[in-house]
Ligand binder design. Structure first.
Ligand code: NAD
Length: 363
């Protein structure tokens, strides 16, 4: 199959659909990979690296789209890219169609076969192509929180670990899923004092096995949160109720009761945020202060560590790309119901119920 990878054109997006190691796997299986020039430059992968992996370098995006049977990307196609898609061409990338009618309309009109990373499921119903970005964001949340607690960022001037003779910081993590458990692992390595809350007892039991008493694990109730808020130096928001807006677990009143210079990192901001005082921020201006509490609410945290994120994403997407290339889309999707769940738009029809419902359309 001819597989094309255009350079990402969304603002500040440095990730790339296929890293060189993925290209090498595909070319060794007999597939032909077209890479737009400089597609990997933002994460240190040169055109020469891609040539070494067996790719052909193409000077413009239009030729990549015209010659490829399948396009592999990271972000949803932008308007100019959508106009280059054609009937029967496979598009495999993050789409996030439900809040985006212009994109949905263009993908319907293109009659392309559009498979979204974010709706692919595995045998236990989890989202294997979203999980790597949650791992990145969870681990990064402690790094972001640590910086936010520094004096120069408006924080109370705390080192998470403390030093011998000075106590460590108190970190509260709301949610113990992929983001929360990864945050806890890093916080533990930093020797902070950690409390993690979740509503799922199975999740708490599994974390109990892993952490062996080094993290305090609590069932998440308003009362538990009320008690923890005044003592917390850093609170990480990592809850998710799939498909719903994040519950507001920390109210504006709670924020008023926090210590001046303490920090909130709302990873769940992409679902509306789980702190009442949160609003989305960017990597250029990641923090703001409400009632002396520093808020970090960046909606695309993995974008700041594009190289790690691109490799993590490829580790998850590569088996699916190989299946599509080896078997063709029909057999690849019919062989795996979880992969089929990734199909969002096909030959002019919406094939994902949630997307159809979002616009009151048939599917
Ligand atoms: P997940 O489903 O793996 O975990 C969510 C956890 O929240 C679950 O364990 C669930 O039981 C728990 N939960 C639900 N309600 C709760 C409550 N009231 N109190 C405590 N826990 C509760 O989800 P995830 O992959 O960890 O993602 C968490 C959030 O982070 C999502 O909103 C996701 O979109 C977001 N995210 C943001 C970024 C970013 O860049 N900002 C990146 C990746 C993920």
């Amino acid at each position: 199959m001819i597989i094309g990878v255009p350079k990402e054109i969304k603002d500040h997006e440095y990730r790339v659909g296929l890293v060189t190691s993925s290209v090498r796997e595909l070319t060794s299986l007999g597939h032909h990979v077209l890479i737009e020039t400089q597609a990997g430059a933002g994460i240190g992968l040169s055109d020469a690296d891609y040539v070494k992996a067996g790719a052909e370098i193409i000077s413009d995006a239009k030729e990549v789209f015209t010659r490829s049977e399948m396009i592999v990307k990271v972000k949803e196609p932008q308007a100019g890219e959508r106009s280059l898609l054609r009937e029967g061409q496979i598009l495999f990338t993050y789409l996030h169609l439900a809040p985006d009618f212009p994109q949905t309309k263009d993908l319907i009109n293109s009659k392309a076969i559009c498979i979204a990373y974010e709706t692919v499921t595995d045998s236990s119903g989890k989202l294997p192509l979203l999980a790597p970005m949650s791992e990145v964001a969870g681990r990064m949340s402690i790094q972001a929180g640590a910086q936010t607690l520094e004096n120069s960022h408006g924080g109370r001037g705390l080192l998470l670990s403390g030093v011998p003779g000075v106590e460590p910081a108190n970190i509260v993590i709301l949610g113990g899923g992929v983001v929360g458990s990864n945050a806890a692992r890093i916080a533990m390595g930093m020797r902070a004092n950690i409390t993690l809350l979740d509503r799922n007892l199975e999740t708490l039991r599994a974390l109990d096995q892993e952490f062996q008493g080094k993290v305090t694990l609590l069932y998440s109730t308003n009362e538990a949160i009320d008690k923890l808020v005044p003592e917390a130096d850093l609170i990480i928001g990592a809850v998710l109720i799939p498909g719903a807006a994040a519950p507001k677990l920390i109210s504006a009143e709670h924020v008023k009761r926090m210590k001046p210079g303490s920090a909130l990192v709302d990873v769940a901001i992409d679902q509306g945020g789980c702190f009442e005082t949160s609003h989305p921020t960017t990597h250029t201006e990641p923090t703001y202060i409400v009632d002396d509490v520093v808020h970090y609410c960046v909606a695309n945290m993995p974008g700041a560590v594009a190289r790690t994120s691109a490799f993590a994403l490829n580790n998850a997407t590569l088996p699916y790309v190989i299946n599509l290339a080896n078997k063709g889309y029909k057999k690849a999707l019919l062989d795996d119901p979880g992969f089929l769940a990734g199909m969002n738009v096909m030959y002019g029809k919406i094939t994902c119920k949630e997307v159809a419902d979002a616009f009151n359309l048939h599917y």
